[in-house]
Design a protein around this ligand. Sequence first.
Ligand SMILES: NC(=O)c1ccc[n+]([C@@H]2O[C@H](COP(=O)([O-])OP(=O)(O)OC[C@H]3O[C@@H](n4cnc5c(N)ncnc54)[C@H](OP(=O)(O)O)[C@@H]3O)[C@@H](O)[C@H]2O)c1
Length: 257
Amino acid sequence: MDETLARLFDLHGRVALVTGGSSGIGRAIAGVLAGAGAHVVVAARRREPVDETVAALIARGGAATGETVDVGNRESIAALVGRLARAPGPIDILVNSAGINLRMPFEEIRDDDWDATIAANLTGPFLLTRALAPAMAARGWGRIVNIASQQAVRAFGNSGAYGASKGALVSLTRSTAERWSSRGVTCNAIVPGFVLTPLTREASADPARVAAMAARTMIGRNGVPDDCRGMALLLASDAGAAITGQALFVDGGFSAT
Ligand SMILES: NC(=O)c1ccc[n+]([C@@H]2O[C@H](COP(=O)([O-])OP(=O)(O)OC[C@H]3O[C@@H](n4cnc5c(N)ncnc54)[C@H](OP(=O)(O)O)[C@@H]3O)[C@@H](O)[C@H]2O)c1
């Protein structure tokens, strides 16, 4: 590969924290960051999928370690931030992919459902950004990538809390970018389409719904986690130095129809 091209995307010497890195979109992003040379800290609630992901990354020649965290819990996040001192270096790249989607008709959303959704999908990314961005800025280089959703910009059935959390996450992306970009820390959101992962297992169980979602794209298919790899690497590397404050759709044209 051309040397300039390789340098643009090279992440050797960088340390990345990927929440939700043990499944779906987060796992695919953890894979591409490790493949580009970053040491990846994979973080999620359940230890076993975290360990399995770390082993898979290492087996492919990457560098990775695992941490458990509940991003919906302030104490758990504070404890994780403390333990990050064990990583091989300070966090240069933060990917907020952990998220939940509790689906029920609007009037059935309980206070607990609302609070849990906002905590995991919005407050968690905020707390991690607030904890990690200042040190990135002090070093003059950092990347924050939030995984948002179509539901940030359009209504879907039964997603009153989820859509609101993702809309606010896109706003948080802009305010983070506004605060830190002048010091080398970019912040962007990736907006996937309908991606077949454990998160969408319920919706994916209905073949008619899956086909209808695919038909709404321009590429004629639903998303797979690997679709987000290219955008994540662009945003996490030197190649993305001038991209900040954006919500970038990786949705096969879903949002353009
Ligand atoms: N799939 C889609 O169609 C789609 C579309 C647009 C946006 N997204 C967004 O993409 C992100 C990833 O979704 P996905 O589809 O890849 O889902 P997924 O395969 O279910 O993965 C979710 C990941 O997040 C972790 N996680 C969930 N809640 C957590 C918490 N409170 N604390 C820490 N980790 C937590 C899970 O591990 P544990 O369960 O072990 O914690 C898992 O690693 C989410 O933010 C989602 O909203 C997905």
